[in-house]
Design a protein around this ligand. Structure first.
Ligand code: CMP
Length: 143
């Protein structure tokens, strides 16, 4: 079963949007297999966002993601990686369609509520950075 890494960012946690985000993915029909509220250590944030290291906003990005707790999650389901990205909306909330998470709740590109893996490779990498295998649940195969 395909899995992806999703995370409510510090702005989403502070604005009490964890429940809203979880509800959307639950109602869609995906299964939550791992979740925790955590403060990201700076080194982990730098590794997670390593592909943006040369960007001018890298320092700001790391400062922000370590500024308060995030709600880290692993979800599973058919095509969950691409579908979750559609449900999140465009990276910049000004371009995100109404009905998407960023379109409904975000305003600026830095504080865009949620992060989601963009490919199977980044999903595997990011799940490994944030979760140990034993922190992930197995759902009943009978349902
Ligand atoms: P995310 O999906 O978490 O992956 C990289 C993040 O960089 C992205 O969401 C944005 O929040 C952030 N980002 C992209 N462009 C900018 C920018 N110009 N200034 C600040 N943050 C940015």
């Amino acid at each position: 079963m395909e899995k992806t890494y999703l995370m409510v960012k510090p702005d989403g946690v502070q604005r009490n949007l964890i429940g809203e985000v979880v509800t959307r993915f639950e109602k869609k029909g995906f299964q939550l297999v791992g979740a925790k509220l955590m403060n990201i250590p700076r080194e982990l944030a730098e590794e997670h966002y390593g592909e943006h290291k040369e960007r001018p906003f890298f320092g700001e990005l790391v400062d922000f993601i370590t500024s308060g707790p995030v709600f880290a999650m692993v979800w599973q389901g058919e095509n969950v990686i691409a579908t979750a990205r559609q449900m999140m909306g465009a990276t910049n909330p000004k371009d995100a369609a109404p009905g998407t998470i960023r379109g409904d709740f975000g305003v600026t590109v830095g504080k865009n509520i949620i992060h989601g893996s963009d490919s199977p490779e980044s999903a595997a990498r990011e799940m490994g950075l944030f979760f140990k295998q034993e922190e992930l649940a197995e759902h009943s195969k009978l349902i």
